[in-house]
Write a protein that binds this ligand. Structure first.
Ligand code: DGP
Length: 209
């Protein structure tokens, strides 16, 4: 049986990384094999350029940044498919949805143009959008000064996520203003349902979009 591909999405500081780690820990305790993958992956060649861009050490055109973020996902796509084929469940901490939402919102790029570079990537079986207001997210320990960390920009990003990318068949919007444990308790049954359903029908991994 292949692993399931699950994506956690949301604005900056919505709790994706914390929830991905909590979910992985709980799934492992229940005997599942799980990996968490984070995008952008700042360790690769494109990731190093993106790290410089995000920390404002380098400037680049918004389209160039979008293509690099997209390349950063594409360069891991084969490895992602191979991991799923080994029966490993993968929790993605951001994915192509962030790619479109951030690039379209912060650089005022055409949404269809942004979506086009993601077309053909492995499609998550489920997307969990952790919904927190950008003002509440900013209040959580504050922003670290990276390029997109401002409340008005994040409001625009949230609008693209929910108005243009939300897909009723694949997305769960999970209220994420609560404590780490409260959000985990909301996510866990939804994630377990996907993992357990996959054990009964071995459908091939889909592709975006
Ligand atoms: P993180 O490492 O999760 O804090 O993400 C870094 C920042 O990069 C965050 O503000 C979201 C943004 N980001 C992630 N993926 C993309 C993308 O594909 N395009 C653009 N423009 N921004 C992205």
């Amino acid at each position: 049986m292949r692993g399931v591909l699950l994506a956690l999405e949301g604005v900056d500081r919505c709790g994706k990384t914390t929830q991905a780690a909590r979910l992985a820990e709980t799934l492992r305790q229940r005997g599942h094999t799980v990996e968490t993958w984070r995008f952008p992956d700042r360790t690769t060649a494109t990731g190093k350029l993106l790290d410089a861009y995000l920390s404002r050490a380098a400037e680049m055109d918004g389209r160039v940044a979008h293509l690099l973020f997209s390349a950063n996902r594409w360069e891991k796509a084969d490895q992602l498919l191979r991991t799923l084929q080994r029966g490993v469940h993968v929790l993605l901490d951001r994915y192509a949805y962030s790619g479109v939402a951030f690039s379209a919102a912060v650089n005022q790029l055409d949404i269809d143009w942004c979506r086009a570079t993601e077309r053909g990537l492995p499609a998550p079986d489920r997307v969990f959008y952790l919904d927190v207001s950008p003002a509440a997210a900013a209040a959580r320990g504050g922003y670290g000064g990276e390029r997109y960390e401002s409340v008005p920009l994040q409001e625009q990003v949230r609008r693209v996520f929910l108005e243009h990318l939300y897909d009723a068949g694949r997305w769960h919007v999970v209220p994420a203003d609560g404590s780490v444990e409260q959000v985990h308790q909301q996510l866990l049954p939804l994630v377990l349902e996907c993992v357990e359903a996959a054990e009964h029908h071995n459908t091939p991994v889909g592709t975006l979009w």
